[in-house]
Structures are given as structure tokens and as C-alpha cells.
Design a protein. Structure first.
Lengths: 385, 400
């Protein structure tokens, strides 16, 4: 089996609702997206979510056996040695994902089995990414998730303590049908300084038992993160904006993180698993980031230290068919080979032929005041004020 | 595919040379092993090697945790075996059992895919850096030199390791001999020495410093107790030579102090550390710390499969370039000083049933297998030179 070619399709996702955080509380329902196929001489192709400059790496892949995915990962990572992974991580991750999809399809098994998981299932938590949602919409989202058995929820906060406290209560109430003590998480997306976090979490912890606070300081600030972890009861979760295992290690070595957010951002499935294994040596749980069609659940199911995977479900699968569901609070993966995801080419063509008439705000810029002072939402900026 | 049952066979074979280290200067001439065969309902069988002392425990694990399961789900089955032994811990004897069964599961996973294990793991076929390892402290200078020359000339080895620890003058002499042999192959041989935990940290610092005056040493292996991360770090900071350690650790968690305290420069990994599954985890964690990995000696050099995917892999120990037990063949070879993996399915080990039947035993006899004599008196305190009796035994060489 040899790699012969690739195809990229770019489109803009029109989601069913907007998503938003402290940096952009208005949010957006448009998100640019790419699909990558890596093609072989035997007619099987591997699918990935992501794209970018694949061409710069393709000469490393052409004619190679896709089953040798870690060897190919190594070639790509070594190839960008000088410039590092920050600029090139996206395409490497996309290629790595497609190669793992291929590897599983060649073995005619679901990817979770290729990774060696005992079962194709992993625990889920609900994440609205919904700073733009009204209180009622917020309740409806978490209640819908709770009705699928999900007993944990994460809320975007950071701009308004009164509203944040109220909305944590709404989330807890909505999740209470799944658990008497739902797991409550909050996420400030690096909007606060460490001391702002300590101050605000002290207030929040007077009212609620919080499982983790996410990104309570800058992604690289291991001393700030460590100082937050020592001063609050909640765990510090972070690392989603890091790009390699080498960037994660100072956080672990300096006890700056209690729960590590993992994703394909650290060079795909291959790099994600490396980070998770480093965390495992330190008895640190990992939590898989959300993604389209929850495809990262394949790896999460095989990780011995996986806590729960983020489920957002804003409607990003309009051109996808996938075979996983949420049952009793777990993402349950099917038995189709590979990722178990197929692209509806006709639907994709429709999306490409009728692009939205405005530009997406993703990725969100950093909001004024971040790390310095809180710039509260203006009147009309969010529906909850 | 479902696991159905396990069979195990003990065997003893003659080694081609008298092997030993600072803990066993009399050496041993018999090797031993335990073949574990994990059968499935589709006719495929996975091979695990090890666990001679824990056959009942393996049998129980197979019956309670593995029968009826799909071996391709090895990572989850590994977790089941580890979690089952939560209270007592999964180190020690339980570690031997899990390691051997995990090896057999990976062999099955690759065979189920119709692939060699290196490909199932995701590796690419390329030359693997390696070194010749004498494990020959009982051997005479002449015999070691002859062995090194054979390794250099027949197989192209450029790098080698010497067992040291009991007799500094002899060690210095043999070190220079090793350097001479391999300098004929390369201007920059990597020369390793291995004290097998026989020294205290301060003994190690004195002895290695003196060795460093004679030649450049690439690592000193196990210069302090396996758990003594402070001692290992002390040595590491006091000598130019890299400190290599970890061989006798069992679990991923055992390595945490090494990482956190930067106790070693090179991390030793083997499938005997709770299996191939855990060996891969250790390598990933070491990669986070930019620590090189070395894989120890393994039957049929099967560690080469793992070397193809470990991101910080440095070098592979080769005590024997070909399998000498007469029971197994492997298609992993040493070619011009590099290890090259083959294309046989799974681990690539094939069993000569006739030879196995000839060499099978009911009980492993005393004095065979690795480190059969325990830790040597004086270890960590002072050197006890080989006794008259030990010298006489060692001088017998390999008896037919």
C-alpha cells in the first residue's frame, strides 16, 4: 500500500448556533474548515479534519506505506526542525490524522481498536462554549446534554462575576437530572492574570465546588499556573494552546497543571498520545478537547488516564456522516473502519458553492483588558446582561 | 478474534560464552526461559517470553481477564491486568507476568493485521543504532577480545559495552582493549561501561573519573541503586560520562523520580517493564524530557520493533547478534553494525518444536538464567574481588 496523492477541500461551517468565550462574548456561528484526504494506490483514502500547506510535506509521504505513521510523523517533525512546530503543526497534525484513519481502514477495524482500546467509549462532559447564550439557552443546552447522561459541564466565564455565578447555578440545575453533584468546570481562556484568578475563584468557591478552572493564566506561564493551583481548591486545567510535548513539559515539571487538555494541536494523534503518556507518568489526568464529530474519542478511549472529553455539539457536521453517539454520559464509537466518518460530497459542494457573505471571526482575537482589568460586556453585547 | 487459552513451556539451553556481571564473577553457562503461547479461536498464536516464576499467576490472568477478549485491544487489556493488581502493586513478580502476556498480545495484534510488529506500531524500516554487549565479566581478557573482534569483523559493530565493577585495574585494562578493537572500525566508538549497581555513588565517581582519564566513555550504567535518584544525579553531575539507568525498574511510575529530579542522562527501557505497552509510555514520557532511550537485550532482538517508534530512541543492546538457544529464530539481523528489522509477521520469532522438546524442563535449574546468584557481598560498600573458587569456575569457560 502506497500513498499516491491528497486532496483538500476548504469550506466555511455554518453552525446551528454561535459559540463564544471571554475574549469574544458575541461569538460567531461561522467557522472556516478544511478536510484532507490522503490517497493510496489501493483505492482507500484517509480522512482528516484540517489542512494548510500539505504540499510542503507531501514529498516526504509520496510512495510510502501509510501504516508506518509514526515513522512518517518523525520525518515531518524532523523536516521542520529549524522553524519549529508552531508554524507547521497544523498540516502535520492533519496528515497524521489521515494516516491513522488509513492505518485503521487497512486493518479493517475502528481506529479505537487500532489504538488498542478495550471498548470504543469514553466519558464525556458538556461544554457550551456559550458566553453568547441567554440564560434560557444555556439551561436548554446543558439539560439536553444531561438527558444523554452527561453529568459534568464547563462554562465560559471571566467578564462579569454576578452573571458568572448565576450561570454556574443554571448549569448545575440543568445537569442535576444526571447527577446530584454534577462536575462543574469553568474556563477563562487566559483572560485573567494569576492573581485575578485567585481572587475570582475564591469568590466562586464560596458558592460552588468547582472541578477545574481552565486556562487561568497564560499558556506558558508555569509559575503563574502553579501559584493558582496552590491557592485554590479547583484543579488547574490547561495546555490546549500548546503545540508540542516540549511546550507541555515545563508545566508538568513545575507542578503548574493538574489536568492536561490534550488535542491534535500537538502534531496529531501521534503527538497527542505522547503528551498523554508523559502525563500518565506523573499521574496527571488528561481531557480531550472537542472536535467535529468527536473523532478524537478514538484515542481518548485508549488512554489509560483519560478523564472526560469535551462535547460542544454546535452543529459542525452538516457535510459529515458519523457513527458515534452519546449514551449514558459516554461517547460511544461505532465499529466502522477508521474514524467511522464519511463526507457527504454533495452537501460539501453545496457549502462551498454557497459561502456565507461575511467573514468569520475565528479564531477569536484577545479581548481588551486581558490579564490587566476586566472589560465588561457592553449593553447589547450579550443577551444575559 | 478471541483469546482461548495459554500454554507455557520451560526450557534450558547452553550459552556460547560464560556470562556474568559484577554480581556474578563466576558466571553462568546455561540460559533458561519460559515460552508462553496465547492461543485464539482463529488459529493465530501469540508468543511471550518470560514469566518462568509466575506461570500460575499468568494462567489466572489469562482465565480471568483475557479469555474471550480480542487481543487487538491490547492497551485496554493491559490496563485490565494492571488495575487487577492495584492493591499489591503491579511490580515484581506480577510485572513479569503482565510483561510476558502483553508481549504475546502485541504479537497477536500484529499477526492479526498480517504485519510485522514494527509496522503495526507505526514504525518505518530503517537502520537501528546498536552496540555489542559482552555481559562477560567472567571471561578472560583474551576471550573478551576475541568476542569483540568477532562482533566487529563478522557483524560490523562499532560500539560496545563492558561489564565492570570488581577490579579497577582489570576494568581499565579491558576498557582500553575494547577501545583498541573498535577504533579499528571507527574513529569514534561509543564505549559504555556497566556496574550493575555494585558501587555506591562515590565509588562510581572515583572509578569513572579514573576511566575518563584513559578514554572517552559514552555512559556508565547503573552507577547507584535503581531507586536512588539522588545518588544517580550526584554521579551524573560529577562525571563527564552520561549516567544510564532504569533497567531494574518495573513501572512507568517508577520513572517519575528520574524525570522530576533529572537523575539520569539516558533512560533504559525494556518490554520487561510491564510490557511493550508500558515501554512505549516510558519512552513518550522520556521524550517530553528530551531524554534518550536505550533498549536492553531481548530475545531475538525483538526490542528493535519498539526502537522504530520511540521518538527519542538512541541505541539497542545486542548481547547476541543471532539467537543462540537453538529454539527460536528471528529475522531481525545485525548488518554492517546496524540492526535491521525483518518482514515476518508479529515479533518475527519462529519456534523449532523439535529443539524445544529436547530442551524443555519441568523446573528451571539453579544457576541458569540472568543474575542467578543475587547481589554480591560488598556491593555499595567495598569491592570483593573474585574468590579462588569463582576464578576457577570462570576459568572453565564454556564447557561442551
Amino acid at each position: 500500500m502506497k500513498i499516491t496523492g491528497y486532496r483538500i477541500e476548504n469550506y466555511v461551517m455554518q453552525m446551528d448556533r454561535s459559540i463564544a468565550d471571554a475574549n469574544n462574548p458575541i461569538g460567531d456561528d461561522l467557522m472556516p474548515a478544511s478536510l484532507l484526504w490522503i490517497e493510496t494506490d489501493e483505492g482507500i483514502s484517509g480522512l482528516a479534519f484540517g489542512g494548510g500547506d500539505i504540499e510542503q510535506f507531501f514529498h516526504l509521504l509520496e510512495g510510502e506505506d501509510p501504516r508506518e505513521v509514526i515513522g512518517l510523523w518523525r520525518k515531518m517533525v524532523d523536516y521542520v526542525h529549524k522553524g519549529g512546530l508552531v508554524a507547521s503543526g497544523g498540516p502535520i497534525a492533519a496528515i497524521d490524522i489521515a494516516l491513522w484513519d488509513l492505518k485503521a481502514k487497512i486493518a479493517q477495524e475502528p481506529l479505537w481498536q487500532t489504538f488498542g482500546a478495550l471498548e470504543g467509549r469514553t466519558k464525556a462532559y458538556a461544554s457550551g462554549i456559550g458566553y453568547c447564550l441567554s440564560d434560557d439557552e444555556l439551561f436548554a443546552f446543558y439539560r439536553r446534554m444531561a438527558e444523554h447522561g452527561i453529568d459534568g459541564g464547563k462554562l465560559k466565564i471571566g467578564l462579569d462575576m454576578t452573571a458568572d455565578l448565576r450561570r454556574i447555578g443554571i448549569m448545575r440545575e440543568a445537569l442535576s437530572v444526571a447527577s446530584d453533584r454534577p462536575q462543574l468546570m469553568v474556563d477563562v481562556n487566559e483572560y485573567w492574570s494569576p492573581k485575578q484568578t485567585v481572587h475570582c475563584m475564591h469568590e466562586i468557591e464560596k458558592h460552588y465546588d468547582i472541578t477545574w478552572v481552565e486556562e487561568p493564566a497564560r499558556r506558558w506561564d508555569y509559575e503563574g499556573l502553579a501559584s493558582v493551583s496552590r491557592r485554590i481548591k479547583a484543579a488547574v486545567a490547561t495546555a490546549e494552546n500548546l503545540r508540542s510535548i516540549g511546550e507541555v513539559y515545563p508545566l508538568i515539571h513545575n507542578e503548574a497543571v493538574d489536568i492536561v487538555n490534550v488535542s491534535t494541536a500537538t502534531t496529531g494523534f501521534t503527538g497527542c498520545r505522547q503528551v498523554a503518556n508523559l502525563c500518565y507518568a506523573y499521574e496527571l489526568p488528561v481531557s480531550m478537547m472537542n472536535c467535529q464529530a468527536n473523532y478524537m474519542a478514538h484515542l481518548a478511549a485508549a488512554l489509560p488516564n483519560h478523564l472526560a472529553m469535551e462535547v460542544v455539539d454546535p452543529g459542525r457536521e452538516h457535510c459529515l456522516h458519523f457513527d458515534n453517539t452519546i449514551e449514558d454520559g459516554f461517547i460511544v464509537l461505532g465499529d466502522k473502519p477508521g474514524l467511522g466518518i464519511e463526507v457527504d460530497e454533495e452537501a460539501l459542494r453545496q457549502l462551498q458553492n454557497h459561502p456565507p457573505q461575511r467573514k468569520s471571526n475565528f479564531p477569536f482575537a484577545r479581548r481588551e483588558g486581558a490579564g490587566l482589568y476586566v472589560k465588561e460586556p457592553e449593553v447589547g453585547e450579550v443577551p444575559w446582561k | 478474534m478471541k483469546i482461548t487459552n495459554m500454554e507455557s513451556t520451560l526450557y534450558v539451553f547452553n550459552q556460547d560464552r560464560r556470562m556474568g556481571d559484577a554480581n556474578s564473577p563466576a558466571g553462568r553457562v546455561k540460559g533458561s526461559g519460559c515460552l508462553v503461547e496465547l492461543h485464539t479461536n482463529e488459529g493465530l498464536t501469540g508468543i511471550g517470553l518470560g514469566g518462568a516464576g509466575v506461570r500460575p499467576q499468568m494462567q489466572a490472568m489469562v482465565e480471568q481477564l483475557l479469555v474471550g477478549q480480542d487481543p487487538r485491544r491490547v492497551q485496554g487489556l493491559w490496563k485490565r491486568m494492571v488495575d487487577k493488581h492495584f492493591k499489591g502493586g503491579h511490580d515484581g513478580l506480577i510485572n513479569d507476568a503482565i510483561s510476558t502476556l502483553d508481549m504475546a498480545l502485541w504479537d497477536l495484534k500484529a499477526k492479526a493485521n498480517g504485519e510485522p510488529l514494527w509496522k503495526t506500531l507505526g514504525g518505518s524500516k530503517k537502520k537501528i543504532h546498536c552496540y555489542a554487549s559482552d555481559i562477560g565479566l567472567p571471561m578472560s581478557d583474551a576471550d573478551i577480545e576475541a568476542w569483540y573482534r568477532q562482533m566487529a569483523e563478522e557483524y560490523g559493530f562499532r560500539h560496545a559495552k563492558l561489564k565492570v565493577g570488581l577490579d579497577q585495574d582489570a576494568d581499565l585494562r579491558r576498557l582500553e582493549m575494547m577501545e583498541r578493537v573498535f577504533k579499528e572500525r571507527t574513529d569514534a566508538p561509543m564505549l559504555y561501561v556497566d556496574a550493575n549497581e555494585y558501587w555506591s555513588p562515590k565509588q562510581a565517581i572515583r572509578k569513572v573519573s579514573e576511566m575518563e582519564e584513559r578514554c572517552s566513555i559514552s555512559w556508565i550504567e547503573e552507577p547507584a541503586r535503581r531507586w536512588d535518584y539522588l545518588g544517580l544525579r550526584r554521579v551524573k553531575e560529577s562525571v563527564r560520562t552520561a549516567v544510564c539507568a532504569g533497567e531494574n525498574l518495573d513501572t512507568l511510575g517508577d520513572f517519575l523520580p528520574y524525570f522530576q529530579h533529572r537523575a539520569a542522562d539516558v533512560i533504559q527501557v525494556s518490554y520487561g517493564m510491564t510490557g511493550i505497552s508500558c515501554a512505549l509510555q516510558i519512552a513518550d514520557a522520556a521524550f517530553g524530557y528530551e531524554l534518550p532511550i536505550t533498549l536492553g537485550g531481548s530475545p531475538g532482538l525483538i526490542h528493535a520493533h519498539l526502537a522504530t517508534v520511540m521518538p527519542n530512541f538512541m541505541t539497542l543492546e545486542v548481547p547476541d547478534p543471532v539467537v543462540r538457544d537453538g529454539i527460536f529464530t528471528s529475522d531481525i539481523e545485525v548488518v554492517d553494525g546496524w540492526v535491521v528489522v525483518g518482514d515476518r509477521l508479529g515479533l518475527g520469532l519462529e519456534i523449532n518444536r523439535e529443539a524445544l522438546e529436547q530442551k524443555r524442563v519441568d523446573v528451571i535449574p539453579a544457576g541458569s538464567g540472568p543474575s542467578p546468584f543475587g547481589r554480591r557481598p560488598g556491593a555499595g560498600l567495598y569491592e570483593v574481588l573474585p574468590t579462588q573458587a569463582e576464578r576457577a569456575e570462570a576459568a572453565k569457560g564454556v564447557l561442551a
